[in-house]
Design a protein around this ligand. Structure first.
Ligand SMILES: Cc1ncc(COP(=O)(O)O)c(C=O)c1O
Length: 382
């Protein structure tokens, strides 16, 4: 049987109720939201609203209307950054961002002269919040931080960072791609103004779903314009949430699946999911450390990371290891830069990349045993 260890790219498998909900919507409801007043359109609207409510419950936000649905976290982050930062504005970010943040910022730097400061971090990828305060400028408009690195697994101290942002009245955007559903996030306690999430990773939902949860109206200027099903006479995009950031038909079947996924997570509890993933990470780190010639990157401490483990095998290219694991042992891991080049600059792997094994809620210790056995066989031949 094949083993899937690429959950940081997308989680697999999904809880059964996710596929069931998508199927049920497509088969039995299947109509657009906010475009018709017939009963089925209202039912579709209720499904979307229920998903917004469940996301609020998961992340401790009070207003479902502030949940903006997008097709993934990349779109959500682009909407937020482009809708907040103005030409000449200044943004503070981490040294381990995914290209969803990094390329968006670099394009604005090139095209609109924005200024970017990256907070230095140690080799494990942890940002020291103490440094951030001294980096604030009069034109600082935004802090944007990934909650956990998709290369090193490192969890950032977002509550401390959020507290600094709040103290200086600067907006705080968090990319929760690697943590939502798998690590506690409390928008209020963590002082998060805008939470960007993707539905298909640790939230266990379908691809093509994601979004923003926005603390208050007026924080983000609309970036898309189009039909919302309301106020159609107005030539401009409405100013209120969520319509100011949502235009066009939503992925309602995907949203039905996302609602089921969040329901599953709330039922299991984030705490139980975190405990299982942390203990699997602990086990995996211990097993990998026993192998000669395996270099493990990141904090090396399961309490300080999500279930994302990057490593290299000395003298063997990462892509080769991933290829052999797949071809010979039916084990799926990812090799390369994982769309986060700055994290690789930190650990000196920008030319080689790493092998990334990423654990999910449905993995078992036996999966890790199989990887370790496969790696020891590969190592015995190099
Ligand atoms: C930290 C982080 N941010 C953003 C993304 C982009 O996610 P999506 O492709 O769902 O937009 C990823 C995906 O790998 C990620 O790990």
């Amino acid at each position: 049987m094949s083993i899937y260890l690429d959950n940081a790219a997308t989680s697999f498998p999904k809880p059964n109720m996710v596929a069931d909900s998508v199927y049920h919507f497509m088969k039995n409801i299947g109509v657009n939201v906010g475009r018709g007043s017939y009963g089925r359109a209202q039912k579709a609207g209720e499904i979307v609203y229920e998903t917004r409510k469940l996301l609020c419950q998961l992340f401790n936000h009070s207003n479902p209307e502030h949940v903006v649905i997008t097709s993934n976290v990349t779109e959500a982050i682009n909407l937020a950054i482009r809708g907040i930062v103005t030409p000449g504005g200044h943004v503070i970010t981490s040294s381990v961002e995914h290209n969803a943040v990094w390329r968006c910022l670099k394009m604005l730097e090139r095209d609109y002269n924005i200024q970017i400061s990256t907070v230095p971090c140690d080799r494990s990828g942890t940002t020291d919040p103490e440094i951030i305060e001294g980096m604030i400028r009069p034109n600082t408009q935004l802090f944007v931080f990934t909650h956990a690195s998709n290369v090193l697994g490192t969890i950032q101290p977002i509550r401390q960072i959020g507290t600094i942002a709040r103290r200086h009245n600067i907006l705080f955007l968090v990319d929760s791609a690697q943590t939502a559903g798998a690590y506690p996030i409390d928008m209020q306690a963590d002082c998060i103004d805008i939470l960007a999430f993707t539905g298909h990773k640790s939230l266990l939902g379908p691809m093509g779903t994601g979004g923003l949860i926005v603390k208050s109206e007026g924080m983000i200027r609309p970036q898309k314009a189009g039909g919302t099903g309301r106020d159609s006479l107005s030539p401009y995009q409405p100013e209120y949430l969520p319509d100011c950031l949502e235009a066009g038909t939503l992925n309602v079947s995907g949203i039905a699946g996302l609602g089921a996924a969040v329901n599953f997570i709330l039922g299991e509890t984030v705490e139980a999911i975190r405990n299982k993933e942390q203990s699997l990470t602990d086990y995996a780190l211990n097993q990998l450390q026993c192998l000669d010639k395996v270099i493990i990157y990141g904090p090396g401490n399961p309490g300080k990371m999500v279930g994302v483990i990057s490593f290299n095998v000395s003298n063997v290219p990462a892509v080769e290891i991933a290829y052999v694991l797949d071809e010979v042992y039916e084990i799926m891991v990812r090799a390369g830069l994982h769309c986060a080049p700055t994290a690789h600059s930190l650990i000196g792997t920008e030319l080689t990349g790493t092998v990334r094994m990423s654990l999910g809620y449905f993995n078992q210790k036996e999966d890790i045993d199989r990887v370790v056995l496969a790696l020891s066989e590969v190592l015995s031949k190099v």
